[in-house]
Write a protein of this length. Structure first.
Length: 317
């Protein structure tokens, strides 16, 4: 027999945007809230670059991997533009542990159910109630859904809604054994035909670690992994100075993911709001998504609180 559950608000996805939405809701109302997560909390595995002021705003300073006061844009021909800052406005974030920290704050603030299962079906019961059917067999009813399911955008696929226009597919690795006297400079590799039309990155981290990778743009949310891996390998062998810096380093782990960019015009329906990567809200010029996930998640939560209090779930709320 299938379990039947009802909640005031359901959030699909337990990444930064989903949990930031939940925290904003729980701080400001007594809604009965559920988060559905198909894998695990903060299931992305990148080392994202983001802004210190946003991290401070959300109290996530303990989850910083590195701080930077210099940002260099470098081309495949080694032309460079370096920007020096007062203080350390850029940081590399531990995405997974930051999500876990925000979830703990949610649990301290209110009534929240974390359900580890995949949302598979979505339909309208009537004009005011959604029904979500999960892989585990639950039937979940709610008047309001915040879709923070990431680049897959669960609701967009099920309801055939407009999706992102472009996707940035990234592939990189964390290296150990990196030695440098300059650990406060982050690099952005500008787009190139040979190394990736989405550019790339090099971030020195703590304890002799460094993150290096490239990205390829595509109109499809899926890209043959062989292509992006070949571009990464070529960059690792040829892109100076990173090729020499990493020559004697060892691979510790792989980092890969897909970031939707160029958001669709329509990401709100009656009783449904897409947020974060599900709405392709990453910064377009460099695909930085953490700050947008946190800020847009918080704003989505405020909208949800208003809808819950007034019991009005129209897209015009």
């Amino acid at each position: 027999m299938k379990d039947t559950l009802s909640f005031d608000i359901v959030i699909i996805g337990a990444g930064l945007s989903g949990i930031a939405s939940a925290l904003s809701i729980l701080k400001n109302c007594d809604a009965n809230l559920a988060i559905l997560e198909a894998r695990h909390i903060g299931s992305n595995n990148p080392t994202p670059l983001t802004f210190m002021d946003v991290i401070e705003q959300f109290g996530l300073e303990d989850h910083i991997k590195a701080r930077y006061n210099k940002f260099t844009m470098i081309t495949a021909t080694n032309a460079m533009s370096t920007h020096q800052f007062d203080g350390y406005p850029l940081v590399a974030l531990n995405y997974c542990t930051a999500c876990q920290e925000l979830l703990l704050l949610c649990q301290q603030h209110g009534n929240i159910a974390l359900i580890i299962t995949e949302a598979q079906k979505l339909s309208r019961v009537d004009d005011s109630i959604w029904k979500i059917e999960t892989k585990n067999g639950e039937q979940i009813y709610t008047p309001l859904i915040l879709d923070a399911s990431g680049r897959g955008s669960f609701s967009a696929h099920i309801l055939d809604l407009p999706k992102a226009k472009i996707y940035s597919h990234s592939y990189g690795k964390i290296f150990s054994g990196y030695v440098s006297t300059n650990l406060a400079e982050a690099f952005y590799l500008t787009p190139s035909k040979q190394y990736g039309s989405g550019g790339g990155w090099f971030y020195p981290l703590k304890d002799g670690l460094a993150s290096f990778g490239v990205a390829q743009l595509s109109e499809s949310e899926n890209l043959e992994s062989k292509l992006i891996k070949e571009k990464f390998q070529r960059a690792l062998q040829e892109f100076h100075p990173f090729s020499s810096w990493l020559e004697d380093c060892r691979v510790q782990s792989v980092e890969q993911g897909t970031i939707p960019i160029f958001p669709p015009k329509k990401f709100v329906l009656d009783g449904l709001l897409r947020v974060g990567d599900a709405a392709a809200q990453a910064t377009i010029w460099d695909c930085m998504g953490c700050e947008m996930a946190l800020i847009s998640g918080s704003l989505a939560g405020q909208v949800a609180v208003k809808a819950y209090r007034e019991k009005k779930y129209s897209r015009n709320i």
